[in-house]
Design a protein around this ligand. Sequence first.
Ligand SMILES: [Zn+2]
Length: 441
Amino acid sequence: MNGMLILPDWLIIDALQKPKKKWGIRISGNMITDVDSNDQLREKFKDDEVLEAPGKVLSPGFVNAHTHIYGVLAHGIPLDKAPSGFWPFLEDFWWPLVENQLDQEMICVATDLRCADMLKSGVTSFFDCTEAPFALPGCLAAQRERVLGSGMRGILSFEATERISTKNGELGLKENADFIDTCNQEGGLVSGLMCIHTTFTCSPDFIRTAFGMASDRNVLLQAHVSEGTYEPEYTSSKYGLKPIQFYDSLGVAGPGLLASQCVHLDEAEIQIISEKGIRVSHQPLSNCEVGGGIAPIPQLSALDITMGLGSDGYIDDFFEVMRGAFLIHKAYHQDPGVMPAHVVWHLATEGGARALDLEKVGRLEPGWKADLQLIDGNLPTLLSEHNLFEQMLLYRNANDVSMVMVDGVIRVRDYEVLDVDRAFLLSRTRSAAERLWSAKK
Ligand SMILES: [Zn+2]
């Protein structure tokens, strides 16, 4: 079977090894079969199609390990006054004005636009949480069709919570379970996992039930953990435990738990995360947005915790998200040595794939999935194996991504997302946003 050679100026096999100059890859079907110097690949595979990529850097596609696609509809939403903390952000703004107003059409419209935007930003896989208590049932099935159409590798979930009622929360759990079962039956690039909100919106029984449903289906359970100080204060006063200790007491702390945010962790919680193998995702920009704080990511990274990076449905250009992770910890720790560029690039690629339990995704090696991107490397100064990660992380944007492939299929070519009319998607999203914004009145 003939394959395709991609021959760039630089190859990032994975972010924890030095990039290779004038190396490329060979793809057959949806897999990478060979990695070698461009000259060797040309010599070995004379009959293959060749994608010459002079001036480009070939990298694994990014993995957005945590997003809320519907969040785009709330960008710029007018508020009577700015929320004064994390709890008012949720109680006065996000829940009543956004999540409670969402319907399936709004979610689908946002999904079309955000999938196109993520692809343009080099993202090939993502994990999305929808919380829309009045869009049940069936919102994940509707969203699945949109993601399948985009060609992305997507993990969809419904953020089940008892904040409206226990009955509504159970509908959310069922939404996830039915969706996971459907995905398992039908295959394809879209899958599901179990998803709950937090310890302050879900009771112990509800969390145990969700975890049991996840274990039965061999998928992860995702929860938002300590995004602000509210949650650790809540569990401390109600249960006498910090949130991670509380999850541990429920028997759900382990590699089956994906803890998103993790901004406020104490030493005992960090030890539990490390010892039990809990997965973590880091959302640097939205942590700033909600006044949540700065997560102890350098500390978690030093402990080799399975960890990815997410946009949280806020600023979705993944280069911006990486810059957030690269910069805020340096400022916070007053140390330019923390969170070097290659570590951030790792979180954005293989780290995210591991956090989401995606197999053979996030690295460009034989036997791994052909999820990748070409990024323009024409910068004002030279690229070298010593500076490449920093140069690309700091001085590139979504507009510099020239080609994106997911599962062996090209989805972005010549800097354009294929088969997408972005002006149409934008105008539809604006109409949906207008509907959302007017619904509060
Ligand atoms: Zn989130």
